[in-house]
Design a protein around this ligand. Structure first.
Ligand code: HEM
Length: 434
């Protein structure tokens, strides 16, 4: 940390690199140590690039209360015009040249009022518990099939490959009308979109990629998604069903259908936001329980802990690691003067491990109460799919607790190298059927 002449808390050098380097995000303990250090010394600090022009400086916000305040004040902290996900300047320029916009995808998260509430309203009801109840039987059958298949492969399995990956993927693809034979392609595309910085997930096999290489992988994935969902939308206009794909295809805003780019963005955010996130939370919780046989036995014996497991899984893993905001006006935050137009990173990993809000934050505690985590965000953009995520995870954990007697680690688990959506990409476990 250094303090600039104008009194600004500035992060540069190693600390700044730790915040923006995707490889650092593959090392969870080191990452939490970094955020603990930054939060306790400079809870609101300006991250500066070593190389001028590499990225625009931004304010890193690590305290729970500050992240909550920003998330809820959607008039002062906007999701536009600066990118809503941390991006290098080269990537932003590429996006502008390709699409005329700072972001490759214009989805729900990049809009502010007055457009955002109108777009959000289109599918809000669909994602409410009352409507989701109709999915429960199907989810139960899918969860049982997935866990049974894993046990047939056992006793040693990669839990991400067999369970936490495929289960939420099928759920989201089903609500979007994507047939099972196209699922694998959709998963690859999502991983390229979110894990463009990871050599395995991006499919590039390259450890160090330039921002341009990353952005080309991401842009290719976006284009393929757009073409694919244009086909689905056309079909749902002709043959509407009760899925969310039909709601988006036939939606009217101020009497007009969604413009093609916005419609593609809507499909893409539902397709992508819904599975790697849920997968990461589920895998993280299984890892924690595999490392803690006593807690596994306790949750197996007491199903009233189920909602607690789900909530703690989501807090403890915080798979969406950050979002960015743009200040609409000058504002004071954590003793720092934020200027109109400044860029801010609200860091959910740091906020959800803030000891001022959570006692012993690194401990996975299925009985944690209260657990008012920020992993789904807050305010106008709070996760649209949070009820779905909770429901599918609860049903999956029911099946896991019913069918597995004991579980233990069976090798090294690996996390994705990604600053945006992160979590386990492999989790070797030894499972014994009940
Ligand atoms: C554990 C699972 C999940 C986590 C941790 C998560 C997290 C988040 C976060 C942090 C945001 C931004 C909130 C903000 O800016 O305040 C968000 C937005 C969003 N999420 Fe999720 N999400 C999850 C699952 C899902 C699922 C299952 C879906 C849908 C199938 C979904 C769809 C969306 C959409 C559409 C938005 C944009 C909402 C808006 O801008 O109005 N998410 N999510």
């Amino acid at each position: 940390m250094s303090v600039a002449q104008n009194g600004e808390a500035v992060l540069s050098g190693d600390l700044a690199r730790a915040v923006i380097d995707p490889h650092g995000y593959a090392e969870w303990t080191g990452l939490l140590d970094t955020f603990d250090h930054i939060r306790s010394t400079t809870p609101v600090a300006k991250v500066q690039p070593d190389t001028p022009g590499l990225f625009d400086p931004f304010w890193l916000v690590t305290r729970y209360d500050d992240v909550m305040r920003i998330s809820k004040d959607n008039a002062t902290f906007l999701n536009n015009p600066r990118p809503v996900v941390f991006s290098f300047n080269q990537a932003i320029e590429f996006s502008r040249a390709a699409t005329g916009s700072n972001m490759l995808v214009d989805s729900l998260v990049v809009f502010d009022a007055p457009i955002h509430p109108k777009y959000r309203k289109l599918t809000q009801e669909w994602f409410m518990p009352r409507n989701l109840a109709q999915l429960e039987d199907e989810l139960r059958a899918l969860a049982a099939r997935t866990v049974d298949r894993m046990l047939e492969q056992g006793p040693e399995v990669d839990f991400v490959k067999e369970v936490s990956g495929p289960y939420p993927l099928r759920v989201v693809m089903q609500i979007l009308g994507v047939p099972p034979e196209d699922e694998f392609r959709m998963q690859m595309l999502t991983q390229q979109l979110f894990g463009g910085q990871d050599k395995d997930l991006s499919g590039s096999g390259m450890d160090q990629m330039t921002p341009e290489q990353v952005v080309q992988i991401v842009a290719g994935a976006v284009k393929t998604f757009e073409d694919y969902f244009a086909g689905i939308a056309e079909d749902r206009r002709k043959n509407p069903t009760d899925d969310v794909a039909s709601v988006i295809a036939n939606a009217l805003v101020d009497g007009h259908p969604l413009p093609p780019r916005d419609m593609a963005g809507y499909y893409i955010i539902v397709a992508t936001a819904g599975h790697d996130t849920t997968s990461a939370s589920t895998a993280g919780a299984m890892q924690a329980l595999a490392n803690d046989p006593e807690q596994w036995a306790r949750v197996k014996a007491d199903r009233s802990l189920l909602p607690g497991i789900v909530e703690e899984a989501i807090r403890w893993t915080s798979p969406v690691q950050h979002f960015m905001r743009t200040a609409a006006e000058d504002v004071e935050l954590g003793g720092q003067h934020i200027r109109k137009g400044d860029w801010l990173m609200i860091n959910y990993v740091a906020a959800n491990h803030d000891p001022a809000q959570f006692s012993d934050p690194r401990r996975f505690d299925a009985a944690r109460s209260p657990n008012r985590h920020l992993a789904f965000g807050a305010g106008a953009h709070q996760c649209l799919g949070l009820h779905l995520a909770r429901l599918e995870m609860k049903i999956l954990f029911e099946a896991l607790l019913d069918r597995i007697e004991s579980v233990e680690p069976a090798g090294e688990a690996k996390r994705a190298s990604s600053t945006f959506v992160g979590g386990l990409k492999t989790l070797p476990l030894r499972v014994t059927a009940a």
